[in-house]
Design a protein around this ligand. Structure first.
Ligand code: ADP
Ligand code: MG
Length: 325
């Protein structure tokens, strides 16, 4: 190991954000955290006011003009929601607000309320006007929720902020969304070593270690925010076709990609696809790799040459891709 490192952290975006640098640069650190705070304030739906909330408050009433940055993210989120078989849905807000998973008051909602709210979640009902950057939710009660992708989008922007300070080696961790910038000054291989958490275990208990350079590593899983009722686990990724937590063979999906927004979008999409469909899909997306972890303790890897994985947990079975590389 060579060189010194400097780690900074702040509570933001409902998690602990940490930044590691290899030069001392207080101005860059301040700029990064201020940027995150400002972007969170524009994108959040966990406060009464934000740019996204101004759209939600006007649902069924009138279009709302937002900044280009917010409009672009909503446009990308809508496109991801309309991909074939996608269970990513930016209009999932009314259902998320009903379950409140991970927040005070979380509980199993009445089935008829879920059915009613499902009628408010069609991404087709989100009307985008490219010319004046306005967004209109066509039915009252609709709500955009960017919770699945805001951290990825924000992480990508922090990379641009650091570049303005001429910093090209860093690691930023937004609670499970990790963006590695450049090559690591800490290892002889110059690769970053990123831990993959063991589901439902202490944060320092790992399934394995990923070796990457200049990549985003984003995980969507059932063990980050959840509650248990009558021995049944209810987690925070909702299946927009049923209105209930997405239930398949998976515990988590990790996406390794160049940018973190892509990783964030596809960790939710491939989580919804399940292992077989997910691995097939990666044949079409050679620009990313993935790790699927199943409830029966199997790990499926499709690296597409973006990372290496070192297994640490001997009670998990490492299965190479079901389909030939
Ligand atoms: P984390 O917040 O742990 O990074 P994810 O990136 O997987 O987790 O996003 C989960 C959040 O995304 C939920 O808390 C909710 O706000 C939102 N969400 C839930 N279900 C969906 C869905 N089907 N499509 C898009 N966003 C969703
Ligand atoms: Mg996500």
């Amino acid at each position: 190991m060579t060189g010194s490192y400097y780690t900074y952290s702040q509570k933001l975006m409902g998690t602990t954000v940490s930044l590691q640098l290899y030069v001392e640069n207080p101005a860059a650190v301040t700029a990064v955290f201020n940027t995150i705070e400002a972007l969170e304030a524009r994108l959040t739906v966990n406060r009464d006011h934000s740019e996204v909330m101004s759209i939600n408050h006007a649902a069924g009433k009138h279009p709302v003009t937002v900044s280009k940055l917010v409009f672009d993210l909503i446009q990308q989120a809508k496109a991801a929601s309309l991909l074939p078989y996608s269970r990513f849905n930016l209009a999932i807000g009314p259902i998320v607000k009903l379950w409140k998973i991970g927040f005070n008051g979380q509980s199993i909602p009445p089935a008829d309320e879920i059915t009613h709210r499902l009628s408010l979640t069609s991404p087709h009902l989100i009307e985008l006007d490219q010319t004046n950057h306005s967004v209109y939710l066509a039915k009252a009660g609709m709500e955009i929720d960017l919770g699945a992708i805001a951290k990825g989008y924000i992480a990508d922007i922090t990379k641009l902020v650091l570049a303005q300070y001429n910093i090209h080696q860093a690691i930023i961790n937004c609670g499970g969304n990790v963006l590695t910038i450049g090559s690591s000054p800490l290892t002889s291989s110059q690769e970053w070593h990123i831990g993959l958490k063991r589901p439902f275990a202490a944060a320092n208990s790992l399934l394995g270690i990923l070796h990457v350079q200049n990549k985003s590593v984003v995980t969507s899983g059932i063990y980050e925010r959840y509650f248990i009722f009558n021995e049944q686990l209810y987690h925070h990724i909702i299946d927009p076709f049923t209105g209930y937590p997405l239930d398949n063979e998976l515990q988590s999906v990790t996406i390794i990609s160049d940018n973190s927004l892509t990783g964030d979008i596809y960790s939710t999409i491939l989580f919804g696809f399940g292992v077989r469909h997910g691995l097939n899909e990666l044949e079409k997306h050679k620009n990313m790799g993935a790790i699927f972890v199943t409830k029966d303790q199997k790990i499926f890897i499709k690296s597409n040459q973006h990372f290496q994985f070192e297994l640490l947990a001997d009670d998990y079975e490492l299965c190479q891709s079901l389909i030939p590389a």
